[in-house]
Design a protein around this ligand. Structure first.
Ligand SMILES: O=C(O)CCC(=O)C(=O)O
Length: 337
């Protein structure tokens, strides 16, 4: 499914970087480099995530947006990422942004990758999770040729990650349909807060509850950086392309999403499965048990989720089933109050 040469030549001609805002610049508006929440030449507000989506992200470590990017953009991106693959390390040609480039300055117009990144929903995902003033870490074009037998071990991308609640996100964008079993990324929902050293996962081949991506063209998934994942063989007849980008926050990730439903869903710290609990709340979501989690593991993950929610909401008293509060009370009593 590698795009044809004629179209590639066309893209090469139209994606050259253009300098910005020079005096007397006569270029049409859509060719002038723009930054911020812009999709094509129309300024559109980012579509922020809701509290429910944020609670799902904290619980599962990812969100998925099927067929989000329109086909016109998908086709252009396929051309551009093939070029990026060819030219990334070549002396000349299309290059990724430098690490630490402000997100808003990555892939300026008329880049197709930039067009995808400036989609209002993608902007909203980024704004809600790491802020639009986040910085580019790195990206990569993950290309699995038709018939590829390469089997990547499960891993997280950084060999070393801290246990701070602050987190990076990784956008996984599939610009063409991916059929079941044909090279979609494998991942383990809910694994993101179960801290590991990357290579420690090599030996695990099958994990209960793991999933392999398949879905329609234009689907975007956003992963917490700790999500265990792996590339898979592609027994299909078409190449599998995926663009992945990692973004670093530059400020505390506190209440960056659309908090209109926060008061309604943000439970009291007294919410307890063996006492009283609200039927529809963030705590209720955090009690979700993934298939790989024993009861012990699931309680531990629940505590990690509550810890992350404290950071995201700025509410230092937040809790689910009294775990953090109980530990804190003991510490206080033990230290003489
Ligand atoms: O190709 C894939 O599906 C995933 C590859 C990946 O994420 C990686 O190499 O870290």
């Amino acid at each position: 499914m590698r795009p044809g040469v004629a179209l590639r030549t066309l893209v090469r001609a139209t994606t050259r970087a253009v300098p910005t805002g020079a005096e007397g610049d006569q270029r049409p508006h859509h060719l002038v480099r723009t930054v911020g929440p812009v999709f094509n030449e129309h300024r559109m507000e980012p579509t922020l995530l809701t509290t429910r989506q944020m609670a799902d992200f904290v619980t599962d470590g990812y969100l998925r947006f099927d067929a989000l990017i329109p086909d016109r953009t998908n086709q252009r991106v396929l051309e551009e990422i093939a070029r990026l693959e060819d030219e990334r390390w070549a002396p000349e040609g299309l290059k990724p942004p430098d690490t630490r480039t402000p997100f808003a300055e990555c892939y300026p117009e008329p880049s197709a990758i930039g067009e995808y990144l400036r989609h209002p929903t993608v902007q909203g995902i980024v704004a809600s999770l790491v802020g639009l003033d986040c910085r580019f870490d790195h990206d990569f074009t993950h290309h699995l040729a038709a018939g590829s037998t390469y089997l990547q071990p499960l891993h997280v991308d950084a060999v070393m990650d801290s246990s701070d609640p602050a987190f990076d996100v990784q956008l996984f964008y599939f610009p063409h349909d991916v059929a079941p079993g044909e090279g979609g990324t494998r991942f383990v929902p809910g694994s993101h807060l179960h801290r590991v050293v990357s290579s420690g996962l090599d030996r695990y081949q099958r994990i209960l509850g793991e999933e392999q991506f398949s879905g329609p063209a234009g689907t975007v998934m956003v992963f917490h950086h700790g999500m265990w994942h792996a590339g898979q063989p592609n027994p299909g007849t078409g190449d599998r392309w995926m663009h992945k980008v990692r973004l670093n926050p530059t400020k505390p990730q506190v209440r960056l999403w659309d908090t209109a439903d926060l008061d309604e869903l943000h439970n009291l710290p007294t919410d307890h499965v063996f006492a009283t609990m609200a039927p529809d709340s963030v705590a209720h979501t955090f009690r979700r048990q993934h298939r790989w989690q024993s009861v012990n593991a699931s309680r531990n993950e629940q505590i990690q989720r509550a810890r992350l929610w404290r950071y995201l909401t700025g509410d230092d008293d937040y809790d689910v089933d009294h775990y953090l509060t109980r530990l804190e009370l003991h510490m206080e009593v033990g230290s003489g109050g």
